[in-house]
Design a protein around this ligand. Structure first.
Ligand SMILES: Cc1ncc(COP(=O)(O)O)c(C=O)c1O
Length: 435
């Protein structure tokens, strides 16, 4: 597809959507994809995707984050292919898992030990269990608008009246141990500790909030959490499933200069392969090692997982993409803002170059700095969700919730195509929105 063509719907996707609807609930395998049930991709390469009808897209969704090196990275996929030729799961240890974790710990910098698992959701679960076992306490402090997976004990919907289960079928008592504070509000966290003396096992936080907007921590916020956790004997857990290996080789902990006690990694840790990791201080992780705390999984540290992590760490160490990601993301954010201004549209672009959020301010509203989940609601998020469908039909693959992820593979050609396509999509959106 050339830059001036919009995506053409074809029979390939329509046929597959009909077949999928008959056998997959909602036509999808993860509820996050319900909005994209009619899109079927045939392949991805580097920063681009091709659908089954031959349309090409610049990809800023990256599989919700994992394709940080671009799709089908040859060094990572080559390492996995070679490794699986010798077997895949043994129910015992193998050299690659030791190598992978050694490299992961070298990247992270501050952690003593780690274990590999399959999903971020499971890694979160393991961390919360460790924190409770280590402290003998039950309560957790979390932050409104954050996402730590889809399990009963962590899935929450947040509103002005507090938090509630995020799904039908989720017993509310499973959330009874949560104390929820606004992101970026250290005084509120301090009050949570004061109101529950000796009861808080852990503070768990996405150190940059990417599941609601793309909100960086205010200077000093994470450092204050560190102080509060230390003072109150609670475990500080960074959920780096999105930020790990993306914001820096050492993740958000390195980028913002604050060291947690435990951190969870997923997505970018394995170049697109399904792997997660829990890393942290020895005295905490050793609770798994002594058998006191159970952490298990048939597929933990499989040969493919270990090979993918090991190769991903090699690529990130040998050819660090962080400067190019920063440059691409900065130019993209600046370009999108400029296009919004040219069209007279109140576009809101906020975040860091590696992960930023695009939305609209309400008509007539002044520019605003979104700092937490409540202030995010001042944006016209529904308008962006509608616009995101126009973006996809113009060859930019993005999430409806506004997050844009930049990969190591995005270059000048993608920047030029993305800006040109965004310009056309916004023109179409403005024309559609006219009364
Ligand atoms: C911050 C964060 N934590 C945990 C998870 C859960 O990870 P997974 O989808 O691999 O279970 C996600 C998923 O998007 C996430 O963004």
């Amino acid at each position: 597809m050339t830059a001036d063509q919009a995506v053409r719907p074809g029979t390939g996707a329509a046929d597959l959507a009909a077949r999928a609807a008959a056998v997959l609930p909602g036509g999808v395998s993860s509820n996050v994809r319900l909005a994209t049930a009619r899109t079927f991709f045939e392949r991805g390469s580097g920063p681009r995707l091709w659908d089954v009808d031959g349309n090409e897209y610049v990809d800023y969704l990256l599989g919700q984050g994992p394709a940080f090196l671009g799709h089908a990275h040859p060094q990572v996929n080559g390492a996995v292919t070679t490794a699986v030729g010798r077997g895949m799961v043994f129910g015992a240890q193998h050299a690659l898992e030791v190598e992978a974790v050694e490299k992961l710990l070298a990247a992270v910098g501050w952690a003593d030990m780690a274990r590999l698992g399959v999903s971020g959701t499971e890694a979160v679960h393991a961390a919360l269990r460790l924190a409770r076992a280590a402290t003998g306490r039950r309560k957790m402090i979390g932050f409104a608008g954050q996402y730590h997976g889809w399990l009963d004990t962590v899935l929450m919907a947040h509103g002005p009246d507090g938090h509630r289960p995020g799904s039908a079928g989720q017993p509310p008592q499973y959330l009874a141990d949560w104390v929820v504070a606004p992101f970026n509000d250290a005084e509120a966290v301090q009050r949570c500790f004061e109101e529950h003396p000796g009861e808080i096992a852990a503070v768990i936080i996405e150190p940059m909030m990417c599941n609601s907007g793309a909100i960086a921590p205010r200077p000093g916020f994470l450092a204050r959490l560190r102080e509060l956790c230390t003072a109150h004997g609670a475990v500080l857990i960074f959920d780096e499933v999105v930020t790990g290996f993306r914001l820096a080789f050492g993740g958000a902990a390195q980028r913002f200069g604050v060291t947690p006690d435990l951190a969870l990694y997923g997505k970018a840790v394995a170049g697109g392969w399904p792997v997660a990791a829990i890393a942290g201080r020895r005295e905490l992780l050793e609770l798994f090692g002594t058998g006191k705390v159970n952490h298990s999984g048939t597929f933990n540290a499989s040969v493919m997982a270990a090979a993918a992590v090991s190769a991903t760490m090699d690529v990130l160490r040998e050819t660090p993409p962080y400067v190019s990601v920063e440059e691409h993301g900065t130019a993209l954010m600046t370009g999108l803002r400029g296009i919004g201004e040219r069209h007279g549209v109140p576009l809101h672009v906020q975040g860091l170059p590696a992960a930023f959020h695009v939305s609209f301010r309400a008509e007539g509203a002044p520019p605003t700095d979104v700092v937490d989940h409540a202030s995010l609601q001042s944006l016209d998020l529904a308008r962006y969700t509608r616009f995101s469908r126009t973006l996809t039909t113009h060859g930019i693959w993005v999430a409806g919730r506004g997050i844009w992820y930049v990969s190591a593979a995005h270059g000048p050609a993608e920047l030029a195509d993305a800006l040109e396509r965004f310009d056309r999509a916004l023109a179409a959106h403005v024309a559609e929105s006219r009364p």
